[in-house]
Ligand binder design. Structure first.
Ligand SMILES: CC(C)(COP(=O)(O)OP(=O)(O)OC[C@H]1O[C@@H](n2cnc3c(N)ncnc32)[C@H](O)[C@@H]1OP(=O)(O)O)[C@@H](O)C(=O)NCCC(=O)NCCS
Length: 332
């Protein structure tokens, strides 16, 4: 799916917030659980450390402070929100949705609220849905959350997945604007590659193997990721009539520094325009892009008028890009 945002009302990001757990887990600490090393992890992935949720911390405990911050930044209250979408593969529980839990905690009594599952691409899908609802006039203000507590579904004896992921959440408030905001979206899915990154036994399909942890074919996912990060971004830029040289801030999914470097080189984006935090957080799945946006905001890189390109990819296999003309001056 690809589309240019020219039909409906302009929609922009009016506020941004994020939260990661307090506990820092270094590569050295992981080498106590599995046969790995700081050197291997840094060389192959660029990751130095990640945040891991405390046993009592669920997704909504990270999403709630992130959402509160985003609301505060947008200068609105929970009651002003009429749509909440939480992109995640690790909700507090299958139901009620984490979005409904958040709606209750935030006092968003008039909000429609649901969770969305698109792997690490979830935040991009959720942004597109929020955009669509606002552009069509169905909702006035949306809270879009991306976050995961992947540490709960990792096999802590499997070095091929354990070292890659971390926990975290980010949230944005979407509002209509006079001009600027989202220029377009490109989203896709290829279910034929689904078994390269999956969680068998987590739903209604019965598997003989009761081991319910993330399973991944790292090499295949690597090939997929390097391809779609480039293709999705190029297709969207072309459809929007925007040259890659005009992109001020590039926010790729933070899965692996080698994947990001490859995409950045192929796209021809100067490295100083790329936002990177995979070194500090690892791959936080749906939290990755909003956490990186929050970093770019804190660095003063998100200026009114900046052109921001985001691309995610992940389980499904799925991918998605969004292009936005930032409308709000960064509060440093
Ligand atoms: C997982 C990944 C880092 C592996 O890197 P790689 O360079 O492809 O490494 P390989 O899979 O070829 O493995 C090389 C060797 O390192 C070993 N290895 C794997 N994980 C290891 C670890 N954590 N520590 C030490 N050695 C490890 C392998 O067993 C293999 O050993 P062998 O040659 O004796 O068989 C890489 O494939 C990757 O990033 N894939 C994408 C994953 C991803 O982003 N998933 C989420 C998408 S949203």
């Amino acid at each position: 799916m690809i589309g240019v945002a020219r039909e409906g009302l302009p929609v922009t990001i009016a506020g941004l917030g994020c939260r990661v757990p307090d506990r820092v887990v270094t590569n050295d600490e992981l080498s106590q659980y599995v046969d790995t090393s700081d050197e291997w992890i840094r060389e192959r992935t660029g990751i130095r450390e990640r945040r891991i949720a405390a046993p009592e911390e669920a997704l909504s405990d990270l999403a709630l402070p992130a959402a509160r911050k985003a609301l505060e930044r947008a200068g609105i209250e929970g009651a002003d929100i009429d749509l909440i979408i939480v992109a995640t593969v690790t909700p507090d529980m299958a139901f009620p949705s984490t979005a409904a839990i958040l709606a209750d905690r935030l006092g968003a009594v008039d909000a429609a609220a649901y969770d969305l599952s698109a792997g690490c691409t979830g935040f991009m899908y959720a942004l597109a849905q929020g955009y669509g609802m606002l552009a069509a006039g169905l909702a006035k203000r949306a809270l879009v959350v991306g976050g995961d507590v992947l540490s709960r579904i990792l096999d802590w004896t499997d070095r091929s997945t354990l070292v890659l992921f971390g926990d975290g959440a980010g949230a944005v408030v979407l509002e209509t604007a006079d001009s600027g905001g989202f220029l377009g979206f490109e989203l896709g899915a290829d279910g034929s590659g689904g078994e390269n990154l999956w969680l068998p036994g987590s739903g209604s399909r019965i598997f003989e193997d009761p081991d319910r942890h993330v399973k991944m074919n790292g090499r295949e996912v690597f090939k997929f990721a390097t391809r779609v990060l480039v293709q999705s971004a190029e297709d969207l830029l072309e459809r929007c009539g925007v040259a890659v040289a005009d992109v001020d801030v590039y926010v790729p999914h933070q899965a692996n520094l080698r994947i990001i470097d490859h995409a950045t080189r192929k796209l021809g984006i100067p490295s100083e325009r790329v936002v990177i935090n995979v070194d500090r957080y690892g791959n936080t799945s749906s939290g990755s892009i909003p956490l990186a946006l929050a970093d770019a905001e804190a660095d003063g890189r998100l200026r009114a008028g900046s052109l921001v390109l985001m691309t995610g990819m992940g389980a499904g296999l799925t991918w998605g890009s969004a292009l936005i003309r930032w409308t709000k001056e960064t509060a440093v």
